[in-house]
Structure formats: structure tokens, C-alpha cells
Ligand binder design. Structure first.
Ligand SMILES: Cc1ncc(COP(=O)(O)O)c(C=O)c1O
Length: 157
């Protein structure tokens, strides 16, 4: 008999299980030192990331959403400016664009890399922002219906 198991889109539990001792030890060290903000763990992380990426300027932040927001705030953008953003991404990518009063403009991703390919299919910014919002609203409605279906009948609708 074939047993079907759901595949996790992001398997954080599986990843954690593989490095549990290292993660637990590092978290314990931070708690015991009470150096929560800009402590040794943060400065070590910045140093390691800087050398891994081969760049001198690194700004550690709390999460990916903050990183996107900080990067956008560093650009000379004005409310209403359009930001080309991948259509296949996590909601945070678009969320920060909207949070800063900017307008997301969706572009298809390259199916081989799942990233934007600046050489292909990047839309013209002017006048498309409203469509991007409409597209996002439709996507969110579908997502909510799917999650409701899962909750009610135990399977994706
Ligand atoms: C493409 C992308 N951007 C942004 C984020 C947001 O990161 P965080 O959840 O750390 O704020 C995620 C999170 O999964 C992501 O996949």
C-alpha cells in the first residue's frame, strides 16, 4: 500500500533536527550572556557573513522582512514609485513594498532559477501597478479559500 505524506514547502523541523545541539547551544549562550542586541553572536554573525559574501558592509537584522525593508529604504524611492518584484515569492517581498507606500509590479520568474531574470520579461513600470494589486488580491483570496478548505475537509480545496 502506498502511503501519501504531505511534502513541507519549508521543513524547518527537519532542518532543526539535523543541527539541534548547535542551535540549542548558541541560543543558550545568548540567553545566559543576556547580550540580546548587538552582542557577540550578532557581531560574529556579521563578521562571518561579510567574509562569506566577500563584502565589507553587512547589517544584521531580525529577519528577512526587515532586510528587504532596510534595503528599499536605502534607495531613493518616493511614495507611489513602482518596484518590480517576482510573482513567485513569499508575501513579505510585496508586503514591504506596500508598507513603504510603493507599488509592486509583478514579473514572472525564470523557471530554471525561480528568480527574476533581468534579461527577460521584465514589465514596463508605467500604469501596471493597479493590475499588480488586483493580481495580489486575487491570489490572497485563492490562498484563504485553500486554507479554509484544508481546515474544513482536511485536504487542499
Ligand atoms: C522570498 C522571501 N522573502 C522574504 C521572506 C521573509 O523572511 P522573514 O520570515 O524572515 O521575515 C521570506 C520568508 O520565507 C521569503 O521566503
Amino acid at each position: 500500500m502506498c502511503v501519501m505524506r504531505p511534502i513541507q514547502m519549508v521543513d524547518l523541523k527537519g532542518q532543526y533536527a539535523k543541527i539541534r545541539e548547535k542551535v540549542d547551544g548558541a541560543i543558550r549562550e545568548v540567553i545566559e550572556s543576556t547580550a540580546f542586541i548587538n552582542g557577540k553572536a550578532v557581531t560574529d554573525f556579521a563578521k562571518n557573513l561579510s567574509s562569506y559574501l566577500g563584502i565589507s558592509q553587512v547589517i544584521p537584522c531580525a529577519n528577512g522582512t526587515d532586510a528587504l525593508q532596510i534595503a528599499l529604504m536605502g534607495l531613493d524611492l518616493k511614495p507611489g514609485d513602482e518596484v518590480i518584484t517576482p510573482s513567485f515569492t513569499f508575501i513579505a517581498t510585496t508586503e514591504v513594498v506596500a508598507l513603504l507606500g510603493l507599488k509592486p509590479l509583478f514579473a514572472d520568474v525564470d523557471p530554471a532559477t525561480f528568480c527574476l531574470d533581468p534579461a527577460n520579461d521584465i514589465p514596463e513600470p508605467a500604469g501596471k501597478a493597479q493590475e499588480a494589486y488586483d493580481e495580489l488580491a486575487l491570489h490572497m483570496q485563492r490562498l484563504v479559500r485553500m486554507r479554509l478548505g484544508e481546515l474544513l475537509i482536511g485536504a487542499p480545496a
